[in-house]
Write a protein that binds this ligand. Sequence first.
Ligand code: HBI
Ligand code: FE
Length: 296
Amino acid sequence: MSAQPRRVENLHTDKGKVPVYATGIVEQPWDDYSAEDHATWATLFARQREILPGRASDAFLRAQDAMGMSPHAIPKYAELNRVLGEATGWQLIGVEGLLPELDFFDHLANRRFPVTWWIRKPGQIDYIEEPDLFHDLFGHVPLLMDPRFADYMQAYGRGGVKAHAIGPDALQNLTRLYWYTVEFGLIRESGGLRIYGSGIVSSKGESIHALESDAPNRIGFDLERIMRTRYRIDTYQKTYFVIDSFEQLIEATRPDFTPIYSRLAEQPSVPAGEVLADDAVLHRGSGEGWASDGDV
Ligand code: HBI
Ligand code: FE
């Protein structure tokens, strides 16, 4: 019988006097996961851990080990929450899948990371449209153990709540920042370029492509440049942005973004594969294999 979650609707969390209702939270139905679910986790986990040493950031690999994640079984959110809560105060909550943006931002602003409760089917091992348990748990959760990244994710959530109140253009600018850092970011470490973005680190193909292919651009982090840059949903990224450290992310997101949104509203967006004159270009991509349409 496939796992069916028990709903915990409208978890009521008080922030001062204003109650905040977090919707769509479900208990992880761990006892109902099938042998096939655990086998899918094992296959994906082992395959990624095979190729990530030397490709993923040290902080990511260390954090994943510290959490005790292993291929033997799908981790229990409650067990991870003990380690994570101790390290940075973050907690995992089970969800059905993608949440309305404001709900998502509100969870991040309160150090709650939404993790999809179900895992993909064996036939979807190489690609799945929306984030499943493997993408969230293997990809996003480990770096929440790192105090600097944990702060960045909470700041992002707070920024998202504000951007949501400003309007869709601000939201689009901020979503691009999430996309090119949290999902598809690269970091320069002493050993060279490494992956920290969840969308890359949870994908075998993109873990190799992002670092070793000649096709994509690799450009130094620039906040406003990133916020203008469109991205790809259904193919590998055409451009990857590279930070020097997680501190750089924190510093870049310290100021209030309102004046930045106003400045960006006057400027055209940048196509996903374009290189601009004042970009800090680490690698100008060949563009081989790029789709000509479909930037969002
Ligand atoms: N919901 N569960 C979940 N996970 C996400 O990563 C997520 C989301 N809702 C919206 C969203 N991401 C993006 O649009 C963010 O940029 C807001
Ligand atoms: Fe994600």
